[in-house]
Structures are given as C-alpha cells and as structure tokens.
Design a protein around this ligand. Structure first.
Ligand SMILES: C[S@@+](CC[C@H](N)C(=O)[O-])C[C@H]1O[C@@H](n2cnc3c(N)ncnc32)[C@H](O)[C@@H]1O
Length: 243
C-alpha cells in the first residue's frame, strides 16, 4: 500500500509524469499569467522537470537555462525543448555563471529540504534587480485528506507568510504574491493517490492495508459529491526582485 510520505520519486516516474500531471500543468498555466511578454535574459529555471512550465518560458526568451535534480526528467525536457540549455542540478546548487536577469520555478519549492539556502543560492547567481517568478504548494494542500489521515503528512507544510519571510531573509523583495486553490476530482481518494503516485509525487510506504482502506473509505464517504471525490491543493505564486 502506498501513501503520502517520505521523498518523491520523480526520476523513476519521469516517463509517466506528464500524463499524470494535470494539476501541475494547471499550476504552470496559472503561474505563466505573471510572466512578462519578453523575459529578461539570461534566464534560469530550477526544478524544471520535463518542461511543463519551461514551455511558457521558452516562448518568451531565447536564452534560458533549465535544470532539475532528476536526470530522467532532464532527458525528457531536453528532447522536448532542445533550444533550452538543460542540466542536472540541485536547486540549492544551481548552475552559473552568475548574472541571471530572471529566475523561475514551478511546483518545486515544497520539495526542497533547505529552501532558505536555495533562495540564497539563487540570489548569489542573480544580477541586482533580477526578477523571480515562482509558484509552489503551501499549507492547505490536501488538508481534508490529512484531517482523516494525519500519518500521511509528508512534512510540515509552510504557510504563505512563512515562505514570504524566507524570501525576504534571503534578499528577495516581494513585489506581489497570491494564493490559489486548485480542486481536483477523482472517482475515489484511492484514484487521487494513484494519480499522485504516477506523477512521482508520492513514494511507496508500507502502511497496514486495512488501516489505509478504512481511511480512504471514510474520506470518500464524507466528501463524495456529484463530480466525485474532491481534493484541494493550495499554491502560492510570487514575483520578487533581487535586492
Ligand atoms: C512537481 S515536479 C514540477 C516539474 C515542473 N517544474 C512542472 O511544473 O511540471 C517537481 C520537480 O522538482 C524536482 N526537484 C525536487 N527536488 C529538487 C531539488 N532539490 N533540486 C532540483 N529539482 C528538484 C523534481 O525532480 C521534479 O522534476
């Protein structure tokens, strides 16, 4: 039985990511609403995955470096968008050279173990006045599900205010920020977990089969509506300037 816990397995799931990433695709479109028509170059994207958000960036600049920690995600991104300079890199140790005018990430930061160190590393590589547009999942994500299954909480989700504080601490001045709530509907909570698992955002974790079945049944019974069983995801989008 698998449940939300531990670290994600993006690399292993890379070939299946896009066919199960409806939520991440929706978030990428939402975040792209805050992109300028023309992106100041050179530009850097962290945690680019297979390129769902990179597509929006590549349409607005010709000098884009995209990186991700998962080699197989990068391989797919490179094959899909060969004009982008792809590399394998941890968000905490991004590729240089310094002087980026624009920095981006989409659906990444909730996975980064030391986000303050990552924001500081981006700050070191960004030119003074460089712009960051980033979006990621925050507290409020899967709240209803965690309420019936607290054991499934993978880490302490930060609030939007806590994230903004981290940005400021690392030298990024927030120009604007907004929280969006995304609701997905599935036939059952089990189907929701399967989708997340297939997208790589869940790792298998042994949990008593009976316990899990009971939790999922309880969630389905108390949440099922006309469109199926809803789950909600809270996402923060931020535009910031490097001070
Ligand atoms: C949910 S996917 C989002 C991918 C892409 N940005 C999108 O919008 O579809 C999260 C990505 O972050 C990458 N990732 C996780 N931790 C990372 C880290 N510490 N450094 C760089 N990439 C990381 C994963 O490999 C995965 O490709």
């Amino acid at each position: 039985m698998m449940l939300l816990s531990g670290l994600p397995s993006f690399d292993r799931r890379a070939p299946h990511y896009e066919s199960h990433a409806a939520l991440q695709r929706e978030v990428a479109v939402w975040l792209a609403e805050w992109l300028p028509e023309k992106i100041a170059a050179p530009a850097l994207e962290l945690g680019a995955g297979t390129g769902l958000f990179t597509r929006h960036l590549a349409a607005r600049t010709h000098r884009l470096a995209a990186c991700d920690i998962a080699p197989r995600m990068v391989a797919i991104g490179r094959a899909t968008l060969p004009a982008v300079a792809w590399s394998v890199a941890d968000a905490g140790h991004p590729p240089g050279p310094p002087g980026y005018q624009s920095v981006f990430s989409c659906s990444l930061m909730q996975w980064v173990p030391d986000p303050l160190a990552a924001f500081r590393a981006w700050h070191r590589l960004a030119a003074p006045g460089a712009r960051m547009v980033s979006g990621w999942f925050i507290q409020g994500t899967l709240d209803g599900f965690y309420a019936v299954c607290p054991d499934a909480v993978p880490f302490r989700w930060r609030t939007g205010d806590e994230w903004i504080e981290l940005l400021h601490e690392s030298g990024w001045r927030t120009v604007r920020s907004e929280t969006g709530v995304f609701t997905r509907h599935h036939a059952s909570a089990a189907a929701m977990l399967r989708e997340m698992h297939n997208a790589g955002t869940v790792v298998p974790c042994r949990l008593g089969a009976g316990h899990l079945r009971r939790v999922l049944r309880r969630y389905d019974e108390s949440n099922r509506g006309h469109d199926g069983v809803p789950t909600t995801f809270a996402c923060l989008r931020v535009e910031a300037v490097r001070s």
